[in-house]
Ligand binder design. Structure first.
Ligand code: NDP
Ligand code: PYC
Length: 350
């Protein structure tokens, strides 16, 4: 666990931790999701995502998400036995209708055709429709990059974030993820919310009774706040002011109206106070370097390494490096979670 920044903020001397193997995390996830009636194929797909989040020490999208998933299952806002249907709609385009289910199974159904189409055409796009999305996007861009393709993904969420210059929630936390394949190494991947931080991080601060940094949110009266509850009830802020605001707008547009799906404002209206995960679409783009470069693809992909070396060479770090380090630790030693979170999650079985 890194010693600085937001991850450290959640740790306190008073927290008691327990260690779990990744198999134990998976078993816990399966038990809870099955207990709440999720169909087996979704249990496996969602569990893989929960385990990956905890393994990579992405606390806001690991075991904690079981609380969110269970609530979404209880409120009936997700179709528990949805069967995703793949539609091959054009040489470089496909849709997967998730049928109201969690996004993971829909992505898994669409991935092979997305990869095939990208390899055939040089570029291809997948629109996932009618899904419930509670997760990080890096598992998806990593999967596309693992096929040797450059990846981009984004999804709206619920209207929680004010546009720069405004004070009322309009955008979702709208993550953007990018993946670049690297020969013999983990891909270059970044994946972040276009809000200053994911909402899950503010939720974790609220649970821990800790203040949030300035710049994450404003209260319902539009005043800056460091109170997590007040920011959740008011509005979150975009990162980078007008720049994050424009990127959040882009996500609303290309993973909303462009693919015939919901905006974050429409998603939260449909939620109607249930507090469930966002409903709507996801947009995923895959680009085959060989499409532009043919036989010269490998040599140009290799040149990208000089960019990464130059970043690291001046003491900066590549995005996802923290995650990949955490992954190695967790695969060897399992993960640590607070006893309180563990007990809250266990209580879902009660
Ligand atoms: P973070 O701010 O934690 O991190 C964002 C990215 O920046 C990561 O790739 C991270 O790599 C990288 N990074 C962080 N610090 C540095 C640094 N000092 N140098 C270089 N790179 C760095 O993310 P957010 O809080 O914005 O989002 C967290 C997650 O929440 C994301 O995975 C996102 O997909 C998910 N999310 C999902 C939503 C949905 O609707 N489904 C909505 C909003 C968020 P590393 O991980 O290695 O630290
Ligand atoms: O943390 O902002 C978030 C989030 C929304 C949906 C999934 N995660």
């Amino acid at each position: 666990m890194q010693a600085d920044g937001k991850f450290a903020e959640r740790r306190s001397m008073n927290d008691e931790y327990i260690r779990l193997s990744l198999d134990e995390v998976a078993a816990l996830s399966r038990d809870i999701l099955s207990h709440h009636g999720l169909a087996p194929q979704h249990v496996e797909a969602v569990t893989a995502t929960i385990v990956a989040g905890e393994r990579d020490e992405c606390a806001s999208h690991g075991i904690y998400r079981l609380l969110v998933c269970a609530n979404t299952l209880k409120t009936g806002k997700v179709v528990k036995d949805a069967v995703p249907v793949v539609h091959d709609i054009a040489p470089a385009l496909l849709r997967v209708d998730a049928g109201g289910g969690f996004a993971q199974a829909a992505f898994a159904r669409g991935l092979p055709m997305l990869v095939d189409k990208a390899r055939t055409n040089g570029i291809a796009a997948l629109g996932i429709n009618h899904c419930v999305h509670f997760a990080a996007l890096w598992p998806e861009v990593e999967a596309v990059a693992a096929a040797g393709l450059v990846a981009f993904a984004c999804t709206p969420s619920h209207a929680w974030v004010a546009p720069a210059g405004g004070t009322k929630p309009l955008f979702g936390t709208n993550p953007i993820a990018f993946g670049w394949p690297r020969p013999g190494a983990y891909p270059y991947v970044f994946d972040f919310a276009t809000s200053a931080v994911a909402r899950g991080e503010i939720e974790l601060h609220r649970r821990a009774g800790k203040p949030i940094p300035e710049g994450w949110g404003i209260d319902a009266a539009g005043r800056p706040t460091t109170d997590a509850r007040a920011a959740l009830d008011g509005a979150m802020l975009t990162f980078g002011g007008h720049k994050g605001s424009a990127l959040a707008t882009m996500v609303e547009l290309i993973a909303g109206p462009l693919i015939g799906d919901l905006t974050s404002a429409e998603s939260i209206a449909l939620d109607d106070g249930a507090g469930s995960s966002p409903i709507g679409g996801e947009f995923i783009l895959a680009i085959d370097p060989a499409g532009f470069l043919g036989a010269e693809a490998a040599q140009h992909i290799e040149r990208a390494e000089a960019v990464f070396d130059a970043i690291v060479g001046q003491g900066a770090r590549l995005p996802s490096l923290r995650r990949f380090d955490a992954r190695a630790r967790s695969l060897a030693n399992g993960v640590q979670v607070t006893r309180r979170l563990y007990e809250d999650v266990q209580a879902l079985l009660g």
